[in-house]
Design a binder for this molecule. Structure first.
Ligand SMILES: [Zn+2]
Length: 263
């Protein structure tokens, strides 16, 4: 299904890999010299999500509000890698860019570019009442020039449990600017579906909300957190948390089951 805008820089077309129109489309691109990027993602039924042990809660690019280190959110770096900042521990409320406030309108959940998950306060209350384990909340503020920080009716979801290292049999990720700490600079490979694998022993101690040990994404860190771009861990949740988001009518996130392997 494609909606093409006249002045669009690019257009996203999503097709089943078995759809015969896919080969025809690629043929047209080649014939006319139209550049394209190919991404492959798995799709899952609700039953498959329901029976998974953990789901990667992949952020919704349409609901991203800028927040984090460069907006004044503070972090404790004592346990973090000195080179890449992986392991930075947030110590303040989440501060988001006032310019992005309009993006929260009409939404119940959003994320920052660092995969921080934000929910409106009603959804936060449902999550708190659900007794979901490993979950804590922080306030969400926006900085206004003259009026200082103003609290928004939103909460950030924080995970208290960090997973062990994932299995090397995970696919769709690779270290593109590896840091000697081995923990950061993982990124996706669009042509290969993201499939995180964990050993059975590693998921014995999971909570309903967890983060990966590995940190993903671009890093620009020179020791000053306020001027940095940090990588961030993925958020992994149980189907219990997914159900709460689904029942609240939240759309736009990708939910990708992890694979449990014997090793
Ligand atoms: Zn590092």
């Amino acid at each position: 299904m494609a909606e093409i805008e006249e002045d669009a820089i690019f257009t996203i077309v999503t097709l089943d890999e078995r759809d015969e129109r896919l080969a025809r489309l690629l043929g047209i691109f080649e014939e006319r010299g139209i550049p394209w990027l190919e991404g492959r993602n798995d799709c899952f039924t609700d039953e498959e999500l329901e029976s998974s042990r953990l789901l990667v809660m992949s952020y919704d690019i349409n609901a991203t509000v800028f927040g984090g280190p460069r907006m004044g959110t503070t972090y404790d770096m004592t346990e973090a890698c000195k080179r890449c900042g992986a392991g930075a521990r947030q110590t303040s409320a989440m501060i988001i860019d006032v310019e992005d406030l309009h993006k929260l309108e009409g939404r119940r959940a959003a994320t920052t570019p660092y995969d921080d998950v934000l929910v409106d306060e009603k959804l936060a209350a449902v999550l708190a009442e659900s007794g979901a384990t490993g979950l804590s909340f922080r306030g969400v503020f926006s900085a206004f020039e003259k009026r200082g920080h103003i609290q928004l009716p939103w909460r950030q979801l924080c995970a208290t449990h960090t997973m062990p290292r994932m299995s090397p049999r995970s696919t769709g990720i690779f270290p593109y600017k590896p840091c000697p700490c081995g923990r950061s600079s993982f990124t996706g490979q669009t042509e290969i579906p993201l499939r995180l694998a964990y050993r059975a022993a590693d998921i014995a101690g999971i909570s309903d909300v967890n983060v990966t040990w590995e940190w993903f994404g671009e890093v620009k860190f020179n020791g000053d957190v306020n001027d940095s771009v940090l990588a961030a861990p993925y958020f992994l949740v149980t189907p219990k948390v997914w159900r709460i988001f689904r029942d609240a009518g939240v759309t736009g996130f990708d939910w990708i089951p992890i694979r449990v392997i014997d090793e």
